[in-house]
Design a protein around this ligand. Structure first.
Ligand code: SF4
Ligand code: SF4
Length: 196
């Protein structure tokens, strides 16, 4: 018979030895492995009595930020949605009307902004893509729910409260801020840059 490789080997059904037929050595070996795990560090914790410490770079529930005066920073440019590998972000834009300057910072704003938390893989690319410092991931854990619909978070859950600001200074490191101003990266270019 033609052989494609020389790795094939003949296998034969071996007769069990006397010790193997007793089964005891195998049972004892198994018990030793089980008992050794009693003295190892446990991988689980007693949640919710005990809460696991989150990493400094933990990426949890998103926040849509307001500026210092309380206006929504998002201008519905869609860059976060384009950057999102999970296609979890959808939005609908609207023109800011006269008198709405205190509500929306830019002339265009997100009338609807939704993130499907079941699709999101918390990669943080939306945060990196945003030229307006409008979206950030935070250390908040996304709450669980009983229906899929509840996991589509709209502006009611994403925009920070005027009196309930979410601190994102940990994520605005010097390196991140300088990266965002680097014009080499396409998403950091403004409309005027592109016209040059
Ligand atoms: S964290 Fe990643 S997957 Fe989640 S919405 Fe942002 S870009 Fe999409
Ligand atoms: S990239 Fe920023 S400004 Fe643009 S739509 Fe997303 S959150 Fe809004």
């Amino acid at each position: 018979m033609m052989q494609l490789t020389n790795r094939s080997m003949q296998v034969a059904k071996k007769e069990l030895t006397f010790m193997e037929r007793l089964y005891f050595p195998a049972i004892i070996k198994g018990m030793i492995i089980t008992l050794s795990h009693l003295f190892k560090r446990k991988a689980t914790i007693k949640y919710p009595d005990q809460v696991r410490e989150l990493s400094a770079v933990y990426r949890g529930q998103h926040v849509l930020k307001r500026d210092e005066a309380g206006a929504e920073r998002c201008t519905a440019c869609g860059l976060c949605a384009v950057a999102c590998p999970a296609e979890a972000i959808t939005m609908e834009s609207a023109e800011r009307q006269k008198g709405e300057e205190s509500l929306y910072r830019e002339e265009k704003y997100a009338k609807i902004y939704e993130i499907n938390m079941l699709r999101c893989i918390f990669c943080g690319l939306c945060e990196e893509a945003c030229p307006k410092e409008a979206i950030f991931l935070t250390d908040r854990i996304v709450p669980s729910s009983f229906t899929r619909g509840e996991e589509v978070f709209g502006k009611d859950k994403l925009v920070e409260g005027i009196d309930l600001r979410v601190d994102v200074t940990k994520r605005q490191t010097e390196e991140v801020l300088s990266f965002k101003t680097d014009k080499k990266h396409y998403h950091n270019q403004t409309f005027l840059d592109k016209k040059k």
